[in-house]
Design a protein. Structure first.
Length: 159
């Protein structure tokens, strides 16, 4: 499973096997733990992987600083399911865009459970990967009625 370069594009992601995609997801989870203040070792352990695997998939995102590792600029590819005004699309997003996509899915879920559109209203006109996020409540209701909204896994890593 030797991987020379971090995953920064759809092309390099497409070359991964299913087990490698699972390892890549665990790497992204470990990076999230590091952002919350965990060491590389602790974050990797909590994510179910090893520091070596994290370094392999993350590349320069994880930098050595003395005896510790810290996070550098994160330009890793994250394929995510995004609810757009053209339907659910798989879009490669940056870390910043991933936060916006997660916020949008939480707002959609909040609308579906509590009929509270306040968070969706704040996202009106937001664009991710060239796609405008869906904020029309009637459209969201229709997609939910057809069973097309799946909140379980917004990352499209098993594809």
């Amino acid at each position: 499973m030797a991987l020379a370069q971090p995953i920064r594009s759809a092309k390099s992601f497409a070359r991964l096997t299913k087990p490698q995609r699972a390892a890549y997801q665990r790497t992204l989870d470990a990076l999230s733990g590091m952002r919350r203040g965990q060491s590389l070792t602790a974050a990797a352990r909590d994510a179910g992987t090893t520091p070596r695997t994290v370094r392999r998939y993350a590349g320069a995102t994880v930098k050595r600083s003395g005896s510790r590792y810290r996070l550098g600029r994160d330009r890793l590819y994250r394929p995510m399911r995004v609810l757009t005004n053209t339907g659910v699309e798989t879009v490669g997003v940056s870390r910043r865009e991933a936060k916006l996509v997660g916020r949008h899915w939480n707002a959609v879920k909040r609308w579906g459970v509590h009929q509270d559109s306040s968070e969706l209203d704040k996202l009106r006109g937001a664009v991710v990967g060239g796609y405008e996020l869906e904020t029309d409540l009637d459209v969201i209701d229709e997609l939910a009625a057809r069973g097309e909204l799946d909140f379980e896994d917004i990352y499209e890593l098993a594809a």
